[in-house]
Design a binder for this molecule. Structure first.
Ligand SMILES: Nc1ncnc2c1ncn2[C@@H]1O[C@H](COP(=O)(O)OP(=O)(O)OP(=O)(O)O)[C@@H](O)[C@H]1O
Ligand SMILES: [Mg+2]
Length: 231
């Protein structure tokens, strides 16, 4: 049983809502994200990386094939059960950090835990611990508009880790940052994932970042090719 396992995934998109022919983006693709390991996916723009990540996290469904999260097949769950599983087992980090603008950094990080019904005091302690680890102890009461890009992305990492999910799905988490900030956020993310024993599925354009993960695949011609194997 793995935190995430994709079996024979095919994804087709219609060119327009009215039809206009279908394009196959992923075809017969298998992927395992093992417990406690980091997996990176690289590939050209438009190769289907985000599509793959959305399918792995149950945000989109495959045209064919199965997605398992800890042995549970996502398509067998109703919307409510799938949302709950996502909230408790999967942390998402997107390129655009999607923080709530009217909430402080601390409140943004607490949101996933409040949704899952944990006590406020406990949520706050965990959020403060994470923000402090990521060097934001003196930025907790800032709203996102008062934070730099790198700081916002660090808040988004804290939020993704808030419920101690088994797996983090990250779509170009450092894509919008300058080189120095990107390197810092990369290191913080990889260290935190390792320290907390989480699994990571990372999409990135950055080869150096990718090759710091345990396994690297290139998404090309609708399927994955292993570039670096788990040693
Ligand atoms: N909802 C959709 N309907 C139709 N086509 C789509 C849809 N979503 C994505 N596509 C197509 O699927 C292909 C893969 O898109 P995707 O966003 O997964 O690429 P990507 O590898 O993440 O690219 P980038 O590196 O630019 O983010 C693209 O050619 C895109 O046009
Ligand atoms: Mg993308």
């Amino acid at each position: 049983m793995h935190p995430i396992e994709l079996k024979s995934i095919t994804k087709r998109f219609k060119a327009t809502e009215k039809g206009g022919g279908e394009i196959t983006i992923l075809e017969n693709l298998d992927l395992v994200v093992p417990q406690g390991k980091s997996v990176a996916i690289i590939g050209k723009s438009g190769s289907g990386k985000s599509t793959l990540l959305h399918i792995a996290g149950g945000l989109d469904s495959p045209s064919e094939g199965q997605v398992f999260c800890n042995g549970t097949e996502l398509s067998k769950l109703d919307d409510k059960a799938r949302s709950m599983l996502r909230n408790n087992h999967i942390g998402f980090i997107f390129q655009a950090n999607l923080l709530l603008e009217d909430f402080t950094a601390l409140e943004n990080v607490m949101v996933p835990a409040m949704i899952s019904g944990r006590r406020e005091k406990e949520c706050k302690e965990r959020a403060v611990e994470l923000l402090t680890k990521l060097g934001l102890a003196d930025r907790m009461n800032h709203v996102p508009g008062k934070l730099s890009g790198g700081e916002k992305q660090r808040v988004a990492i804290c939020r993704a880790l808030m419920n101690s999910p088994e797996v983090i799905l990250a779509d170009e988490p450092t894509g919008a940052l300058d080189e120095e900030n990107a390197a810092e956020v990369e290191t913080l993310l990889l260290d935190l994932v390792k320290e907390e024993g989480r699994s990571l599925l990372l999409v990135t354009h950055n080869q150096d970042f990718a090759f710091r993960c345990d396994t690297v695949y290139e998404l090309k011609n609708r399927n994955l090719r292993e570039e670096k194997a788990l040693s």
